[in-house]
Every structure is written in structure tokens, then in C-alpha cells.
Design a protein around this ligand. Sequence first.
Ligand SMILES: Nc1ncnc2c1ncn2[C@@H]1O[C@H](COP(=O)(O)OP(=O)(O)OP(=O)(O)O)[C@@H](O)[C@H]1O
Ligand SMILES: [Mg+2]
Length: 322
Amino acid sequence: MSQEVVLRVEELTKIYRSRRQGEIRAVDHVSFAVHRNEVVGLLGPNGAGKTTTIKCICGLIRPTAGRIWIDEIDALRQPHRALEKIAAVLEGNRNVYWRLTVRDNLEFFAGLQGLPLRKVRGYIDELIELFGLQEKVNTQARALSRGMQQKLAVACALVKQTEILLLDEPTLGLDVETSYELRRVLKDLAQRGERTILLSSHDMSVVQDICDRVIIINRGRVVVDDRIENLKRLFQASAYRFEVEGHLTPEQRRELQERFELLKITDTDGRTIIEAEMLDPSRVYEVIDVLRQNGARLESVGRQYPDLEEIFLRIVRGEARK
Ligand SMILES: Nc1ncnc2c1ncn2[C@@H]1O[C@H](COP(=O)(O)OP(=O)(O)OP(=O)(O)O)[C@@H](O)[C@H]1O
Ligand SMILES: [Mg+2]
């Protein structure tokens, strides 16, 4: 990944005006930058402003205020030039042509981008294979399943071979297997490092799997913009997990409960798992001493790291309390 910025959003604000609800500040002074070949996840609860942000970037909505730069081009002043560099797949709008077949759709979108068919045919075949659409090449898009339509939509965005790819909820509504397949394709794409991707998702595993960085927005504002591993470190819990062979005696249980901030004790086939919160790591030894009393065999001790979902919930809840 280079340090060169290819997409920059500055103080983006979008206010929807509706007669019923009055003014809705969907996006409120949002700023961020995406570097070349970076894969960035846009996370946020329902109504946070993710789709609005993406629609502003791809020119579907005119922002109320702010600037958008795509590869140094001012996207609001020169939308056509800027949009040549972008392909987008939007939530709920599968941007494929219902009456065209899978292959015709792919050829059509390549053509839109001015790519000569003979040059792009190989890539189209590659995409068809990548997305597992071989058996459906001659099927009209409207006769595909919802998951296949979604895959075709992403394939049509890819075939344009633009440098920047915007994906709004690419795995929304897909079954586990299709979601997994699409994730695999996106991950592969991300690892090849040839595209710059901004994707929104509610699915933490998608973000955790393929993104380098996450931007969390809540109520139209950026609340976090950081690399995933930094976030995990930041939220490094003071929780520890002890795995013990065998079961605890009632006395041991009582003693642990009295002396420590216990989160949970679970008994599973021949094993006991104790989770406890400790601000002072040296207290780990005290727990071990208690366990030793009846010769319980300690199998492992580890620090617990919250997953992205937990981090996300904490951030959003904390923010909501303000
Ligand atoms: N066309 C519109 N007219 C009026 N308000 C709108 C319009 N589109 C979105 N909004 C409002 O703007 C806010 C942000 O919506 P947006 O669709 O960007 O959120 P989102 O983060 O994509 O949510 P979700 O996770 O549900 O997709 C919400 O309060 C929404 O109701
Ligand atoms: Mg949305």
C-alpha cells in the first residue's frame, strides 16, 4: 500500500430536507482519506450515514457542503472525470440489467468504460469463474438468485477495472455460503493490492477479514478512524481466561468469587473456564494459587481480546451516551 491518497473527503455534510421530518443531518463534517490500494471499512449503526457518504462520493447525491477529491480531481467540480475512476455497488440497487444475460451484463459494463471487448474478454471469463457463475453465463440477470445477482453486480463493478471500488453492504442478505464466497473474492482482490476499496458493512467478519482500516461513523460523524490492530490494542481488555482441567471444588469457587472480579465460570466436558477481570496482572498468580489448592491442572492462561464487534458496540454505545 502506498501513502498516496486517492480518495479524500473533506468536511462532507449532507442535510436531507423532508417536509415531515424537517432537516436530517445524515452526514456531518465527515473527513477521511483513503490511500492507494488500501481497503477501508465503513462501519456504523443503521442510519449512521454510510450509504449517504458513499452516494456522495460516487456522485449520486449532491452534498450540502464539503469537498471530495478523487485522485486529485475535484469530484464536485469535475464529476465526469472523477467518476471514470470509480465503480460502485450500492445497497439494494444491484445496478445490473435485468434482461441482459450474465455475460452481456459484463460486456456492457466493460463497454461503458470504453474497454475494447477483445481486450477484456479474458478478464470477463476470469470473473465468471471467480464468482462461480459459469453455469449461468447465458441466463438473464432477473432469473438469477438474489445472491448470484449480488455477485454479478460486484463482478460488473470489477470489470470496469477502475482503481477505486465502492461497495455498500456487499454481503447484505446473502446466505452464509454466498457471503463467504464473496468475501473470499474480495479478500483475494484486496490481497492482490491492485484496487482501492471503500466498503460499508454490518458484517464484522467481512471488515475484520479484508480491511486494513476501519472508519466508524455514528450519527453522521466519524468517531474512529484507525487500523484494526490498533483498535484491538486500544481496547485490550483487562480480562483473563483460565482453562483448568477438571472441576472446581465449592470452596475454590467461593474463594474465587470473593476475591476476584469474576466474569464467568463455565464447566464444559471435563474442563472449567474461568474468566476474570484484573487491572493488576500480577493477580493472575493469586488465581493460580487458589486453583492449585486441590491440584487442579491449569491448562492455559490468556488475556482476552475483544473482537471487532465488541469494540464497535462499545464505541457506539459510549458515543450514544454523550
Ligand atoms: N433520501 C433521503 N431523504 C431523507 N432522509 C434520508 C434519505 N436517505 C437517508 N436519509 C436519512 O439519513 C440518515 C443516514 O442514512 P444512510 O442511509 O446514509 O445511513 P446508513 O449508515 O447507510 O444506514 P444503514 O446501515 O441502515 O444502511 C438516516 O437518518 C436516514 O433516515
Ligand atoms: Mg446504508
